[in-house]
Design a protein around this ligand. Structure first.
Ligand SMILES: O=C(O)CCC(=O)C(=O)O
Length: 288
């Protein structure tokens, strides 16, 4: 049976306002409400159980599968990277053309490619994710930078381990990757030691929004999430984009993603890093 992989089936026509653009350039993140409709939110929530128990609809295992039913502690936050290769609903959300368009506009890129997606499931009681900058992990790319669309499938509350941003931290330089991303005792400790800043001097903003909202964040904006001390789960789907012109670095590698580098060229193959949107109207053909 042929499986339709159309990523345009879920889309929206939301355009950024001047206020969105100002918020992004001053704060390093901007909230866009009503990004996903209620039906899409519902369909995406239904994919979490099969994905984390290894039922991959498209027959392909994601690149990273960091929590497995029956193997890992229920207290850990569950994460999968590149579920778009495994699942049609996730694919249609993270490869939405308008998402790529907004990333390109905010970052001044000629277009946007998918770098990787994340599916994040933080049940009640689950642990924190350490505060970090996404660009710290991009030395395998030229240019070594990302812009991210984080989408929530649940109404969020501060005590529910929602994502939190350090306002204005996109204006700081890119630091080394943190040592403990999953389940640190204190999710802000490494931010303090790496940057030499004290948390009491920072404007840390927990994102409290309705299900279906998105936040676009700069690759240098420090962010993370605390333990879920609420009663309900917090589930998110994340699309990490890079420039449509991005290439592999010739001096640095990623232990997972440089597997997709072809010999003798630094070009990125659209089969693994699809072009979601380009100003000239191009989009990787297999997406439509
Ligand atoms: O959802 C979270 O807790 C963290 C997500 C994250 O690190 C990201 O979107 O870059």
């Amino acid at each position: 049976m042929a499986i339709a992989l159309n990523s345009n089936s879920m889309t929206n026509k939301i355009a950024l306002t001047e206020d969105h653009i100002t918020r992004f350039s001053e704060d390093g993140f901007v909230v866009v409400e009503n990004w996903l409709d209620a039906k899409t939110v519902e369909l995406a929530r239904e994919r979490f159980k099969p994905l984390f128990s290894g039922q991959f609809e498209l027959g392909i295992q994601p690149d990273e599968w960091n929590w497995r039913e029956g193997r890992d502690s229920p207290e850990l936050t569950r994460q999968i990277c590149n579920a778009w290769k495994s699942d049609r609903i996730i694919r249609s959300i993270v490869l939405m053309e308008n998402l790529g368009r907004i990333c390109a506009v905010l970052k001044g890129w000629p277009g946007a490619r998918l770098n990787q997606d994340n599916v994040i499931w933080k049940p009640a009681g689950a642990s924190a994710l350490g505060f970090h900058q996404d660009d710290s992990y991009q030395s395998w790319l030229t240019p070594p930078e990302m812009l991210t669309c984080w989408m929530t499938l649940d109404d969020t509350l501060a005590e529910q381990g929602t994502i939190e941003y350090v306002r204005g931290s996109h204006l700081w330089s890119t630091s080394q990757p943190i040592k403990q991303f999953h389940a640190p005792d204190d999710p802000l400790a490494e931010l303090e030691s790496v940057t030499g800043r004290n948390r009491n001097d920072l404007d840390i903003v927990p994102i409290v929004v309705n299900a279906g909202s998105a936040v676009f964040h700069h690759g240098r904006t420090w962010h993370g999430s605390k333990a879920n001390t609420g009663a309900l789960p917090r589930r998110s789907v994340v699309s990490h984009c890079m420039s449509s012109d991005a290439r592999f670095s010739t001096t640095s590698t990623s232990s997972i993603y440089s597997r997709y580098k072809k010999t003798g060229t630094d070009e990125m193959d659209e089969s693994f890093f699809p072009i979601i949107y380009r100003q000239d109207g191009y989009r990787s053909p297999e997406l439509d």
